[in-house]
Design a protein around this ligand. Structure first.
Ligand SMILES: CC(C)(COP(=O)(O)OP(=O)(O)OC[C@H]1O[C@@H](n2cnc3c(N)ncnc32)[C@H](O)[C@@H]1OP(=O)(O)O)[C@@H](O)C(=O)NCCC(=O)NCCS
Length: 162
């Protein structure tokens, strides 16, 4: 398995993996599957310090991670927000760890001092990954969003890179 920057031709695989995350109802408040137009726009929104990372095995994309702005205010330019999605058949096999390690290395080089993310408290594999990578809980927004008509809490986690 190797980790590299994403390319436009990866968008179809990125979309497939993201839609699996949406279907599984453990990763995001999104409930409608996305299409190529949406995902291409999303991909093209990553420029300069903000990048998409791809885990590739035997020429196949098996996971991705993204580093995107936490806030567009200059005061927060050192804080990056992240997302990670691994293809269903590859979860729990170390792909998330490899993606986050590469992302973190890049983020340090780019002068970020902190990474943050929002996750559902019931996403056990996600929690396992983030805690293993040194993230800790900042706090939990209660009833922060609706998922299929039910309130869900969203936990924020962070990791200082300094
Ligand atoms: C969450 C996700 C990104 C994690 O990536 P992954 O490749 O599956 O995770 P890894 O295999 O790298 O596991 C990392 C650590 O989590 C822990 N872990 C593994 N299985 C676990 C489980 N069933 N429950 C809790 N923790 C677990 C372990 O500490 C593991 O490290 P170790 O195997 O060296 O001990 C991935 O499962 C995924 O894409 N899930 C669906 C989408 C999603 O939830 N994205 C995150 C949104 S916040």
């Amino acid at each position: 398995m190797n980790i590299r920057f994403g390319r436009l031709e990866d968008v179809e695989s990125i979309l497939l993996i993201y839609n699996q995350g949406i279907e599984d109802r453990i990763a995001t408040l999104e409930v409608e599957k996305k299409d190529m137009e949406y995902m291409t726009k999303w991909f093209n929104g990553h420029t300069e310090r903000y990048r998409v990372f791809i885990a590739e095995n035997g020429g196949e994309v098996i996971g991705w991670a993204s580093l995107h702005p936490y806030s567009h205010r200059c005061a927060y330019s050192g804080v990056g927000e992240i997302s990670v999605y691994v293809r269903r058949d590859w979860r729990g096999k170390g792909v998330g760890q490899k993606l986050l390690s590469a992302l973190e290395e890049f983020a340090k080089e780019q002068g970020f001092h902190k990474l943050v993310l929002g996750t559902f408290p019931f996403n056990e594999l996600g929690q396992g990954l983030y805690r293993k990578m040194g993230f800790y809980e900042v706090g939990t927004f209660k009833k922060h969003g609706q998922l299929d008509g039910k309130w869900v809490d969203v936990m924020w986690m962070e990791k200082l890179l300094l």
